[in-house]
Design a protein around this ligand. Sequence first.
Ligand code: TRP
Ligand code: SF4
Length: 399
Amino acid sequence: MYAERVLSGMRPTGALHLGHYHGVLKNWVKLQNEYPCLFFVADWHALTTQYDDPQSIEQSSWNMLIDWLAAGVDPERATLFIQSQVPEHAELHLLMSMMTPLGWLERVPTYKDQQEKLAGKDLTTYGFLGYPLLMSADILIYRADKVPVGEDQIPHVEFTRELARRFNHMYGREPGFEEKVEAALARLNSKNRRSLKDARTRFQQNGEREALARAKALLGELDLAADDRERLAGWLEGTGKTILVEPGYLLTEESKMTGLDGEKMSKSYGNTIALRESAESVTKKIRTMPTDPSRIRRNDPGEPDRCPVWQLHQVYSDAATKEWAQQGCRSAGIGCLDCKQPVIDGILREQGPMRERAQIYLDHPALLRDIVAAGRDKARQLAGETMRDVRAAMGLTSG
Ligand code: TRP
Ligand code: SF4
């Protein structure tokens, strides 16, 4: 049975925090149980904005991998790798740059947005303009079916889809398509071969869409190599093999995690708790968190709705504790430090297993290197398959 492939990447920007955990990472941990997943450190993407200060990227990359593993991303289930260790991404980026209209890149909304947001930085560079194209290469090189992204990244996936369509339209069929289809058919048993041929005739001569749909479902069940499956799908429909697969996206819901000041938890606001922050620091940060400003003295009643600590209760406390906090706050029956304790406990409980998992890799860095080396090998193998087709389609020799 063909399983759809999931791919996502993250820029290395420093220690991940609980907002990343509740937004992106928990989602990855769920996805890895449902699909074959590839997750990679987008270190070249970091360079598009950090080209003038690259020294921290390498360390951030390794730390981020530890954060992923700490959060429960399982290297047995997901392929983890570092983008710059798979140079095929750069090759595909270059080849696609030949046929990417400049206007498409200039119109990507993040292009102008980010230039305005990072106004102190000169982002009138070739690399920064090409960043969505690099992201497209990341996705298309693995023929990813689903890309989990936040809302801000959706235009990039749309861009990728348009580019794949343009590419397929321009370079169409792979050379030797007919022979390869024959060879793939020859490897099937005669019953399956007959039903595919029959469905093809019924669709192409009589326009029977159901026959096509049934045949495609059959393709999904047969034990076929991924490229043969695409060839046969193209043959059924009367098109060529799709060289680049148009990806879909999976919208990652924005994390509702509140930061220490009541704003959304974000590195740029300086209101974060790191995934692996020490227990002492977590305790101190929560204890000094602002509360309802009208609760000046212990005896003043407060209003949870005006208090950022209450937001954290939403994430970390059960119904009974929330009831206790609300009542105690409004009646001045509890102090703010009392109220904060279950939140502190909740965060420490959540961090416990993460810290344990991280410790394994901190104690044995070779384990982490092995995981990432295996991920690189797997990624390069998949990327290599796509690149062979791309080179051939663009008239280049694979050597
Ligand atoms: N651009 C993404 C971000 O800034 C990171 C990224 C790079 C990515 N390549 C990708 C995400 C491919 C998904 C798929 O968040
Ligand atoms: Fe906030 Fe709790 Fe203090 Fe009320 S008692 S102000 S909810 S910290």
